[in-house]
Design a protein around this ligand. Structure first.
Ligand SMILES: *Cc1c(COP(=O)(O)O)cnc(C)c1O
Length: 401
């Protein structure tokens, strides 16, 4: 295959993320197709026995098996790396495969990890339940509290792990401060950037070492496939992550990689428009509910910090009603917005985190992170925000708000 733009880093490095999202990593076959080719193949054939031996020995370029390399997946990895400003990226089957790989590839029994307490339910499960089973010590801290991160450091602390904004409480971590603290102690920072993506927030620019994704969310953005990715330095990806990934196999399928490649083409447009829509909807909701957690609104206690790290607020926010009964009644009254626990989708979706995304987290952990029974989380899509507001208006009225 002829390598065209995208793999020549010297030409593409300076492009802005929106350009990378459309062109970065494009690798055309001899047919010169405009749309990225889908290489639905598990293996490869070789011209000679010596050729395959040389490839396995790393002495000749070329692919050997799709758990190790695949052209369509490689295009996606290159595109995500270029958007992120990262040296390298590897794609995984799901966001949770990405988080598990990003953590376990670098941790061993006896190591210590510090994690932000507000996190997606399965991310909390990795920290609370999986790591301790393998002898990895864990501490969860209030990610908003810079001193708490510092106090939690032990001689064996290897990793800081957090989301910002966090799912679903929209807590913000001061990336510059927390990443600098980690660096000073030789700790690797892993940031789950699913709520923002590189279009809205680039953690590496704030000193993060590793950025991990659920590409299921804004990157696909149309509710079609599960996917994940981990970005970092070439050294981290090649020496630390790849030996783990190649031998344990959490790989992304070429078909799903192709779907996400097409999703990335419109990511910049969608992320910005959905952020605008979420701001308009948030302003309306704020006027009607007891409490709202929205990084784009001045009422968010960390609004200034959020906006200093993000180009726009993103499509997701949460709000708190009286109790579970009222929250459930509001969900049931929705006519346009769907009840769904997905996010980042082009359609507006609303869910009750305590009984869905955070059901697997213990009641104590839920209370500790602020996932209260009356909380609802909304993903604002690409509909005209006036229609979303009208729907929320009638549903709030039905539940007496
Ligand atoms: C959804 C999500 C994940 C998990 O991603 P999957 O693709 O569903 O496995 C991890 N972190 C955050 C913040 C998420 O929102």
């Amino acid at each position: 295959m002829k390598k065209t733009t995208g793999f020549d880093r010297s030409k593409t490095r300076g492009w802005h993320p929106a350009t990378q999202a459309v062109r970065g990593g494009t690798w055309r076959s001899e047919h010169g197709e405009t749309s990225e080719a889908l290489f639905l193949t598990s293996g490869y054939t070789y011209d000679s026995a010596e050729e395959v031996a040389a490839r396995f020995a790393g002495e000749a370029p070329g692919m050997t098996y799709s758990r190790l390399q695949n052209p369509t997946v490689a295009m996606l990895e290159e595109r995500i790396a270029l958007m992120e400003g990262a040296e390298a990226c590897r794609a995984q089957a799901t966001g949770m495969a990405a988080m598990t790989t990003a953590l376990l590839c670098q941790l061993s029994a006896g190591d210590h990890i510090v994690a932000g307490k507000a996190a997606f339910g399965s991310c909390r499960w990795l920290v609370d339940s999986l790591c301790p089973r393998f002898g990895i010590e864990t501490t969860v801290v209030d990610g908003r509290d810079n001193d708490a991160w510092e106090k939690a450091i032990r001689p064996n602390t290897k990793v800081f792990f957090f989301e910002t904004p966090a799912n679903p409480t929209m807590d913000i971590v001061d990336m510059k401060r927390v990443c600098a603290l980690a660096k000073a102690h030789g700790i690797t920072t892993v940031v789950d950037n699913a709520f923002a993506t590189a279009v809205l927030q680039r953690p590496l620019e704030f000193g993060a070492d590793v950025v991990a994704y659920s590409a299921t969310k804004l990157m696909d953005g149309q509710g079609r496939v599960l996917a994940g990715a981990v970005c970092g330095s070439e050294k981290f990806i090649n020496d630390v992550l790849l030996p783990f990934q190649r031998n344990t196999g959490p790989n992304l399928s070429p078909f799903n990689a192709w779907v996400v490649l097409k999703g990335l083409e419109t990511l910049d447009l969608r992320a910005r428009r959905q952020s605008e829509n979420a701001l308009a909807v948030g302003k309306f909701v704020e006027s009607r509910v007891p409490r709202i957690l929205h990084p784009g609104l001045a009422s968010h206690p960390q609004h200034n910090l959020a906006m200093s790290q993000m180009e726009a607020c993103g499509p997701i926010f949460s709000f708190v009603l009286e109790d579970r009964a009222q929250a459930m009644a509001m969900l049931n009254a929705l006519e346009l917005v769907d009840i769904s626990n997905n996010i980042g989708d082009a359609v507006s979706l609303c869910c009750h985190p305590a009984s869905t995304t955070h059901y697997s987290v213990s009641a104590e952990a839920r209370a500790d992170m602020g996932v209260v029974e009356g909380m609802l989380r909304i993903n604002v899509g690409l509909e005209d925000p006036r229609d979303v507001i009208a729907d929320l208006d009638q549903a709030l009225t039905k539940v007496g708000l």
